[in-house]
Design a binder for this molecule. Structure first.
Ligand SMILES: Nc1ncnc2c1ncn2[C@@H]1O[C@H](COP(=O)(O)OP(=O)(O)OP(=O)(O)O)[C@@H](O)[C@H]1O
Length: 292
């Protein structure tokens, strides 16, 4: 378990990360979401020790993390970090050797990862000659080449095509199945909702929501879909509800005082009702609610 305890970082007078606490349990995929400038990258940099913290503690397996522990952490930084002018395979072999592998096993591991990401035929090409998505795949390979104990990935899915997203997902699952804690940031909320065991939503340096997707959905506002025979625009005049969306005979409602029975009775009085159903909030809805 990786534990973040009241972690804080300032830049000048502004507090980029404000005493945040959360755990990244082994075997779980934890998604880190938040708008631009929310503090995700800053937090990940502090976890990796590439940026000093101004307060709080990071613990790995119950004690303060050390430089030696961090050598076993795989990291994909936001600024990426491989050499554009070096051949892809050589860079991965170099990284594997830095982790103490012998030449033969470093080459096997590097070639295996390139194969897995369908890049075997680009092994001797310079990184910069690959498309951005393929460069991204190599960066991911670099983060996992040493078979890390912890994985910290800053936007690993950005720029990936759907096939590459699937191989990335398989890879992350492989690590969580081995018991590795995985923390990744993303702006792709649908993906985060689908994948993560736990979500952490950050806003202006603070955690504003945390839990499983179901936990978060339960805290969000439930809405109602009402589909009528005729036009639904009269709903805008009804007290005790807000029309969130209106399209012809269909409306998405937030009840702010009115009950479903009252809405149904009024709708029936005005004509036919085809549907009245509860709509659970999506993670995007919750994200908007807590980040407002
Ligand atoms: N080196 C730095 N010097 C000054 N301010 C910084 C520095 N790094 C980050 N910040 C500030 O800290 C805040 C958090 O930035 P951070 O990059 O951690 O956000 P983020 O959640 O990763 O955003 P994004 O989704 O845009 O990558 C921002 O206000 C940013 O401007």
């Amino acid at each position: 378990m990786l534990e973040i305890d009241r972690l804080t970082r300032r830049f000048g007078d502004s507090v980029a990360v404000d005493a945040i606490s959360f755990g990244v349990p082994g075997g779980q995929l934890t998604g880190f979401v938040g708008g631009n400038g929310a503090g995700k990258t800053t937090t990940m940099r502090m976890i990796m020790g590439v940026l000093a913290s101004h307060g709080g503690e990071i613990r790995w397996q119950g004690r303060p993390v050390t430089a030696v522990d961090r050598r076993g952490f795989g990291y994909m930084p936001e600024e990426r970090g491989l050499y554009p002018k070096q051949p892809v395979l050589d860079q991965l072999i170099y990284l594997a050797r830095l982790q103490g592998r012998d030449a033969a096993s470093a080459k096997t591991a590097a070639a295996g990862l390139l194969e897995r990401f369908s890049l075997a035929d680009r092994s001797s090409d310079k990184l910069e000659s690959l498309s951005l998505g393929n460069q991204q795949r190599v960066q991911i390979a670099a983060a996992v080449i040493a078979e890390p104990d912890v994985l910290i990935l800053d936007e690993p899915f950005s720029g990936l095509d759907p096939i590459a997203v699937d191989s990335m997902v398989d890879l992350l699952r492989e690590y969580t199945n081995r018991g590795v804690p995985v923390l990744f940031s993303s702006h792709q909320l649908d993906l985060v909702e689908r994948l993560c065991d736990q979500l952490i939503i950050l806003n202006r340096g603070r955690i504003v929501a945390q839990g499983t997707a179901d936990d978060l959905r339960n805290t969000g506002t439930t809405r109602h879909r009402l589909v009528l025979d005729g036009d639904a625009s009269w709903l805008r005049e009804v007290p005790g509800l807000t029309v969130v969306e209106h399209n012809g005979s269909s409306a998405l409602l937030e009840l702010t005082g009115a009950t479903t029975d009252q809405v149904l009775a009024e709708a029936l009085r005005r004509g036919g009702v085809r549907e009245l159903s509860e709509v659970a909030p999506s993670i995007s809805d919750i994200y908007r609610e807590v980040s407002a």
